[in-house]
Design a protein. Sequence first.
Length: 275
Amino acid sequence: MNVATTKEHHKAAAPGVKITINPVGMDRPRAWLASGIEDFRQATAVSLAYGMFWVGLSIAITAGAITLGLWHWLLPMVAGFMFLGPLVAVGSYGVSRALEANRAPHLGDAFGAWRPHAGQLAMMGVMMMIFFLAWIRLATLLFALFFGFEVPSPAGLYSALLTTPEGLGMIAVGSVLGGILAFGAFTISVVAIPTLMHHDLTFMEGIEASVRSVARNFRPMLLWAAILTGSVLVGVMTFYIGLALILPVLGHASWHAYEDLVRVDVIDEGEQLHG
């Protein structure tokens, strides 16, 4: 009996946290974006270098796919970028944290921001990769459903997408299903990664904070999802060049969204025993 009582006491006295989700209004997404622009202005060189790194990587992947004759994978891969965006933004979170600490950010803040919480961030990376691979699989199935298994020429495919019933049908169905999948990824990740970077939590606690943020502030978060999606699409339409500016700005803005939405309080031993 004494042993059991002692174990229960130690379990109750273990340190813990309380995650509180703040309600926000419809004006906050625009305020987050403005804060992101201001962070970019204050750390232009580092933020732009970080954005250009991802632009260069995107161009290299695109060139590689074309060289290897895998050009037909480009459209789903570009669309699937939405699933990996929260991971890409990690460096921008590090820069914003440096600015808040009244430090001049450097490249180490951007490219080394993941190191203190590498394990939990890696688990979030696995979760986002699952969504990305699910999208690629879905896109493959839709292509086979509407066009069969024979891959047409690049000009023929992109022309067919916009001028034939099969192409328009695939775009419509793919947009709906992809949108549902993308919003699911957004729901579990929108503030999960900055939460994990700021606190010693598990990736499941980060996901919990993210899901609760979307559930409690559905309309503002829906607007924020639209802003993120629209901005990335604009960047892609500039042959990735615009992403050098857009990615870091959105990353900084997402950090401010996290700070606005999530409060994590450490529960000490006395509070837990009292509870």
